[in-house]
Ligand binder design. Structure first.
Ligand SMILES: C[S@@+](CC[C@H](N)C(=O)[O-])C[C@H]1O[C@@H](n2cnc3c(N)ncnc32)[C@H](O)[C@@H]1O
Length: 463
């Protein structure tokens, strides 16, 4: 079998386009990456991968800030463990567990620093409080460590879960000609890697907007090794509280496997470029409803191309109409020009770490659908509105912002009253004095506020 280091060259130039202007012009190779010949936006190669996010420099700053926030949260967690150790009165086994955890957290920060070095994290000077307050999220629900566990599932826990996912993907794609395969939201890349090995297409391109995941995917699939601690949700024993893992591929990658950092909703890819698109556990985690997402996937496919999808249909949008069941999914696909070839329900093991007592079985819904004819290109689905992408635009006073502004003013005032001397009664009296609450309700309201605050301070922080 021929082998190659994925991403050495990057995705084929003929398939790329500028995710900023989405024009037809070519992305030209430049000394340190790529440049759009139409709008002149420059896309760097970072950590060996094409960084093809719109507004590339702003996105880099965002991911850098997210890493800084995570780093500071981890530091605070480690300091809290240190304080607990210093306070003493612990069983020998508890002490040993905490020391193990503290050492693993210190190692984890170093591991993450090494992995995320291309973000140049040292370029940020913000404090934890500032980062927390101004937390940027692109998109809102996706954070650097959102799929941290999946990384270990992909490359450290062995074959069982990965083999089951591959079986499902190949069952869905059975008989579909697939010269070029796209895996949007590929995460740490294992399914893209396995599928590429199983189907031997000319190209499998894994695209993810989370640089940590894409860098791990490329490095491990390219034959490298990544050291990354796992922190099981429900450790089987004290020594499982933190497990030093070495992420490795089970074999070399076949030629033609590529990874890139990009947003699948504003893909840096020419429409109609792929014979197959595979979206495992993806359609319900994007911030858009299924129908507009279908249009985006259709635009990536050539006429006659196949879309294979599976996942648990756990939609999170605010609009209840978008919480689709399988029959609605089929109707939407058909309405958008797809012929649904098969649907299935299948039980898959999910996130069953050998070091954890937690582990799920998911009954996933899968479908394979063929695009009948070339799809018209829909407008891009931006994760965030334009005024958030352009720092020079006015920020609209949305009703939710107005409510929050008022609520936060009350919160800030109440916090200011907590000075280590005032009682609940006295704080309540101040709020009544400011006509924020009625005398009959103030004390109970302040107590609820303090209870919530106190409980939050006692809860375990998870990263
Ligand atoms: C639930 S995980 C699934 C990961 C992988 N497909 C698997 O089967 O384990 C969702 C993935 O989609 C990625 N993602 C979310 N929104 C994305 C977007 N707009 N473009 C590209 N990737 C995205 C996340 O970073 C994450 O890796």
């Amino acid at each position: 079998m021929s082998t190659s280091s994925p991403t050495a060259a990057g995705p084929p130039l003929a398939l790329l386009r500028c995710p900023q202007c989405l024009g037809d012009a070519a992305l030209d190779p430049a000394a340190d990456g790529w440049r759009c010949t139409r709008c002149d936006t420059a896309y760097p190669r970072l950590g060996g991968l094409a960084w093809l996010l719109p507004a590339p420099e702003a996105r880099r700053v965002e991911w850098r800030q997210r890493f800084r926030l995570l780093e500071r949260e981890l530091e605070a967690a480690r300091a809290a463990i240190g304080e607990r150790l210093d306070a003493g009165g612990l069983l020998a086994a508890t002490r040993a567990r905490l020391e193990r955890l503290r050492a693993a957290q210190a190692a984890q920060v170093e591991e993450l620093r090494e992995l995320l070095a291309p973000l140049e994290p040292e370029a940020s000077i913000a404090r934890l409080e500032t980062l927390l307050a101004l937390r940027t999220r692109t998109p809102l629900t996706q954070d650097l460590n959102s799929y941290y566990v999946n990384v270990h599932r992909d490359w450290a826990w062995g074959e069982r879960e990965n083999a089951a996912a591959l079986q499902l993907a190949t069952d869905l794609l059975a008989g579909a000609p697939a010269r070029r395969v796209l895996v949007p939201g590929c995460g740490a890349g294992r399914l893209a890697f396995d599928l590429h090995h199983a189907l031997r297409p000319e190209l499998t391109l894994g695209l993810d907007l989370n640089p940590m995941l894409a860098w791990i995917a490329a490095r491990v699939a390219g034959g490298g090794e990544v050291a990354l601690h796992e922190f099981p949700v429900a450790p089987r024993c004290g020594s499982d509280v933190a497990v030093a893992r070495r992420l490795r591929a089970p074999h070399a990658a076949s030629a033609g496997l590529e990874f890139a950092i990009g947003d699948a909703l504003r893909a840096p890819l020419r429409p109609g470029s792929f014979d197959a698109v595979l979206t495992p556990w993806f359609v319900d985690i994007v911030p858009h409803a299924f129908a507009p997402l279908v249009a985006q996937v259709a635009a990536m496919l050539r006429a006659g191309g196949t879309w294979a999808n599976f996942g648990s249909l756990s939609f999170n949008q605010r609009d209840p109409a978008s919480w689709h069941g399988p029959d609605e999914i089929v109707a939407i696909l058909e309405g958008a020009g797809f012929e649904v070839l098969q649907t299935l329900d299948r039980q898959l093991p999910y996130l069953q770490s050998p070091a954890s007592r937690h582990g799920r079985i998911e009954t996933v819904f899968g479908f394979a659908a063929r695009l009948r004819r070339t799809a018209a290109e829909p407008p891009p689905l931006d994760n965030l509105p334009d005024w958030l992408g352009d720092a020079a635009r006015p920020v609209p006073l949305l009703p939710h912002f107005q409510t929050q502004a008022l609520a936060n003013r009350v919160v800030a005032y109440t916090f200011a009253l907590i000075d280590g001397r005032r009682s609940t009664e006295q704080i309540a009296a101040h709020l009544v004095g400011q006509k924020l609450l009625l005398p009959g309700e103030a004390e109970a309201a302040v107590r609820s506020f303090l209870v919530a605050l106190y409980e939050e301070s006692q809860r375990r922080a998870r990263f």
